[in-house]
Design a protein around this ligand. Structure first.
Ligand code: SAH
Ligand code: SF4
Ligand code: F3S
Length: 464
């Protein structure tokens, strides 16, 4: 079990690099810019990156043009994500040309792949370092290499990556927080790159997680999302009887008024114990259960380890336990071999479950995954047409469900002033529905009750 964790000796080695970097950085007004291109895990990693950068003496900036260090935290989930990352990295060539002392680093899921690391090393000469997702704790060493002698470092993750506890975090929000409870994935869904870029599942110790949640509650955080690629298999690698339900029960004993969200759950491991635990007071009345496809045949080809009966059985249990639970999901259209009938089955499930929202993705082939070389790849036009049909169907459902909220009073957590209108505040319900309202007073970071007066497909509107 101890080998699940980065050794104390290695952490001390990094601490000494922190000191060396501080000597080069402190007192010089050096600025750091971090750009996040991926999912919630990626955002949580960026918060650790910001934590490390500030602890070695940088001040954070939102202006990339004046930054002394730029870190691009990449994603590889679809081809588009990698193209975007490479194009963003490309534009920092100019920053380096303007100021040759600018340090440019790449981390995240894209740079965790050997061929991308090589590409960055050989074709992006202005990039000082690239690392995998499980090597973030070595950032001080890489920054020191770059600052000290301009040495470039390209690091891939270890075969068996470990958890580094104790990395400082600078959180983006003062009221919503991510807490990684585990890293990696063992599932190898045939379309997905994540297991190749984030390694095998490894769980943090329950005490570390519970202490972190306790501190967040004490600091006034109101919405805490427990993160993992499949939080339902939390604890399987730990000695002892730990699972996600155990964690939720322990967290429910913590004083404070906060919502707990889970992101994300795999249907194959959604246990009755978990469904029962979701009714604990701290758990948000919301569950995200990725469907991926409504066709059992597609699910088999995707290596998802459940069929549609099992999936709908879980949905029925969730609805029985809490009739007004908000349900959300992920769906992929255009997986290799997906026939019109397979796609119709997906539409049928969406109609039957009536999700509150659906994240729809067009299948993107990822080199190195089994689906890359599967026969019967679906032409782009068909994928796009299915994507649009599914979105149209879900938009109708979302609008109908949102309209049914008119007249109701909902509890929301206020995020702050709307970007487009100074007088309007933006908030979210516990099921993450966006609610706009007018207010003279600033309730940012607080729970308040809003009476819904108007609704459309993507948002609700109301008054305090
Ligand atoms: N671990 C999470 C998923 C993380 S990726 C889970 O299993 O729920 C988020 C979503 O991206 C997935 O649920 C899937 O719908 C989508 N996705 C993953 N790989 C993809 C690919 N190659 N093409 C299109 N969508 C993909
Ligand atoms: Fe990817 Fe499947 Fe793991 Fe989710 S569970 S990260 S979709 S391999
Ligand atoms: Fe997330 Fe993208 Fe990696 S979705 S896990 S940042 S590949």
């Amino acid at each position: 079990m101890l080998d699940n964790f980065v050794s104390v000796a290695e952490l001390e080695r990094q601490a000494s690099f922190c000191n060396k970097v501080r000597e080069l950085v402190l007192g010089k007004g050096m600025l750091a810019f971090v750009i996040t291109l991926g999912c919630q895990q990626n955002e949580a990693d960026s918060e650790r990156i910001r934590g490390i950068l500030t602890s070695v003496g940088y001040t954070l900036t939102d202006d990339e043009a004046i930054a002394d260090i730029i870190i691009v935290n990449t994603c590889a989930i679809r081809e588009h994500a990698e193209k975007r990352a490479l194009s963003i990295i490309g534009r920092y060539k100019h920053n380096k040309a303007r100021n040759p002392n600018t340090v440019i680093g790449v981390c995240g899921c894209m740079s965790a792949q050997e061929h991308r690391s090589e590409q960055l090393k050989h074709s992006y000469h202005y990039v000082d370092f690239a690392i995998g997702t499980a090597s973030l704790h070595r950032l001080p060493e890489l920054i020191y290499n770059a600052l000290n002698k301009g040495k470039r470092t390209f690091l891939l993750d270890e075969e068996k990556p470990q958890i580094a506890e104790g990395i400082p975090v600078v959180r983006e929000s003062g009221h919503r927080a991510w807490v990684s409870i585990m890293y990696g994935c063992n599932n190898f869904c045939t379309y997905c790159i994540v297991p190749y870029v984030r390694g095998r599942e490894r769980s943090r110790m329950p005490s570390d997680i519970i202490n972190e949640v306790r501190e967040l509650a004490r600091d006034g955080y109101r919405d805490i999302t427990l993160l993992g690629q499949n939080v339902n298999s939390y604890g399987k690698d730990l000695d002892g009887e730990y699972d996600i339900a155990y964690l939720l029960h322990e967290i429910s004993k913590i004083d404070g008024d906060f919502w707990i969200h889970l992101m994300t759950s795999h249907p194959k491991d959604a246990s009755d114990r978990l469904i029962e635990a979701l009714s604990l007071k701290c758990c948000a009345n919301h569950f995200h259960l990725p469907l991926q496809s409504g066709s059992s045949e597609m699910l088999r080809k995707m290596n998802r380890h459940y069929d549609i009966e099992k999936y709908l059985g879980i949905i029925d249990k969730l609805k029985k336990a809490s009739p007004d639970i908000a349900l959300t999901t992920d769906i992929i259209v255009g997986f290799p071999g997906e026939s019109d009938e397979d796609f119709e089955r997906t539409l049928e499930v969406v109609k039957r479950v009536e999700y509150d929202s659906v994240y729809t993705f067009i299948f993107s082939t990822r080199k190195g995954t089994p689906a890359y070389s599967m026969p019967n790849q679906i032409p782009d036009e068909i994928k796009k047409a299915r994507f649009e049909r599914l979105n149209d169907l879900q938009n109708d459902i979302s609008r109908r469900k949102n309209e049914a909220m008119i007249g109701k009073i909902v509890r929301v957590l206020v995020d702050g002033k709307s970007k487009n209108n100074e007088k309007i505040y933006t908030s979210r319900t516990e099921s993450n529905k966006i609610v706009h309202f007018e207010s003279q007073e600033d309730y940012t970071g607080k729970f308040i009750n809003i009476k819904i007066t108007r609704a459309d497909t993507f948002a609700l509107y109301g008054e305090i």
